[in-house]
Design a protein around this ligand. Structure first.
Ligand code: ATP
Ligand code: PAU
Length: 387
């Protein structure tokens, strides 16, 4: 996940670099996400006028919210936010933060880091982050159909409206009509937390990635009741239901004379992933239908760039919409909120945000998943900000 920059253009003349870092946080129910900028501030002369630019990298890191102390230690070690302005009232470093944790952990950040968290609305940040990515980053959105990833060319004049489905611990569905113009139109509690929580209980695995890996090797037919199981191996063709369609997720576990230990963890994980992904895909489609939306962007860390998850969601949207609506995914899926909080620093000034250009992508892992999102970065240029 490495993107490069374009310059300011024209005849520019940069001088006097000084190190700088900026930070924004999104502390969710399961994961705390950090977006931070590290780079140099310099002054540039272009067309006879002088202005300040920042040039460097946007870094992305995440921590389990239950281990928020690790996140605090990381911020301290890297001295993130040390260049932020201070609150005039209490002399604390002001840092933009979103997600429920911005409320829950406000005192902790005050005590341990002397931060004053400047709270930004979670939905506002998700939308700002998605809009920013879709506008500023080339090759951000892609479709995933039949194992094929295809980047979507975003037409800035024909971007809205769209449905943004953020699959975090829970799921929020937001109708986006423009910059800062949105409505949270639906949601479901059956989300990433459900998959991870039930998966942990059922398979006893120790990490989310291990659960995904298990699902990769599983066969859901051992666990799910298929149409064919009910119809004696044949399709229910009158209703367009093939024998291989899932009639009832986990439905086979009641009829077999088995207990949990008799099932393979891989099969349980696969079935669970399909159940959650299918359900979200179906609700997303129904929500899009309700508002006449054709484009659905999926974000949130549940997706994790995982091939089978994206495939299941895409198939669900395609199946229910009869090909009318399209599921699209975002490369920075889990960082929408944190990025949104970060770009909100810009609300105060007339700054020109980041110009970016794609550079060759890292090779995906053999199972088709994206490389580890930990501490990946975008190279970026930020003109005239925090000057
Ligand atoms: N390393 C990980 N540890 C835990 N969960 C992970 C991990 N990687 C991906 N996930 C998945 O991502 C989900 C959390 O996603 P995300 O960070 O987008 O949401 P959140 O902000 O924590 O939740 P919410 O927005 O509902 O408060 C988890 O529920 C799990 O399904
Ligand atoms: C509560 C939030 C917004 C916190 O991020 C999220 O977990 C969510 O959208 N949950 C689903 C809640 C519902 O609409 O049923």
């Amino acid at each position: 996940m490495d993107l490069g920059i374009t310059g300011t253009g024209g005849n520019s003349d940069a001088q006097s670099d000084s190190q700088i870092s900026h930070l924004a946080l999104d502390i969710g129910g399961t994961l705390a996400k950090l977006v931070y900028f590290s780079g140099n501030k310099s002054s540039v002369k272009a067309s006879g006028r002088s202005r300040s630019i920042l040039q460097g990298k946007l870094h992305f890191s995440k921590f389990e919210t239950s281990k928020i102390d690790d996140c605090v230690a990381f911020i301290k070690r890297k001295q993130l936010g040390s260049h932020h302005p201070k609150d005039l009232g209490n002399d604390r470093i002001v840092v933009k933060a979103t997600g429920g944790g911005a409320f829950k952990f406000a005192d902790l950040f005050k005590e341990k880091l002397d931060f004053c968290l400047d709270k930004e609305d979670e939905m506002d940040c998700l939308v700002a982050g998605a809009n920013f990515l879709l506008k500023a980053v080339d090759q951000e959105a892609f479709t995933y159909i039949g194992g094929q990833k295809e980047f979507v060319k975003i037409n800035q004049d024909d971007l809205y409206p769209f449905l943004l489905v953020n699959i975090g611990s829970g799921v929020s569905m937001i109708k986006v009509d423009g910059n800062g113009k949105f409505e949270r139109v639906s949601g479901t509690s059956l989300g990433g937390g459900t998959f991870w929580g039930l998966g942990k209980l059922l398979t006893k695995c120790n990490s989310f990635d291990e659960l995904l890996e298990l699902s990769h090797q599983g066969n859901n037919r051992v666990v799910d009741m298929l149409v064919g199981d009910i119809y004696g191996g044949i399709d229910y063709s009158k209703m367009g239901l093939s024998s291989t369609a899932i009639a009832s997720s986990f439905g086979k576990t009641i009829s077999a004379n088995k207990v949990l230990e008799n099932y393979r963890a891989e099969d349980l994980a696969r079935s669970l992933l399909r159940m959650i992904s299918n359900n979200i895909g179906q609700i997303a489609y129904l929500t899009a239908l309700r508002f006449g939306l054709k484009r659905i962007f999926f974000g949130g860390f549940f997706i994790r760039g995982h091939a089978y998850t994206m495939d299941t969601i895409s198939v669900a949207v395609h199946y229910w919409s009869k090909g009318d609506a399209q599921a699209m995914f975002l490369r920075h899926e889990g960082f929408l909120g944190a990025l949104g909080a970060f770009v909100n620093y810009n609300k105060q000034g007339p700054d020109n945000f980041i110009l970016m250009q794609q550079v060759p992508k890292e090779k995906p892992k053999s199972d088709g998943t994206e490389p580890e999102g930990e501490d990946s970065f975008l190279r970026c240029l930020h003109q005239a900000c925090w000057a």
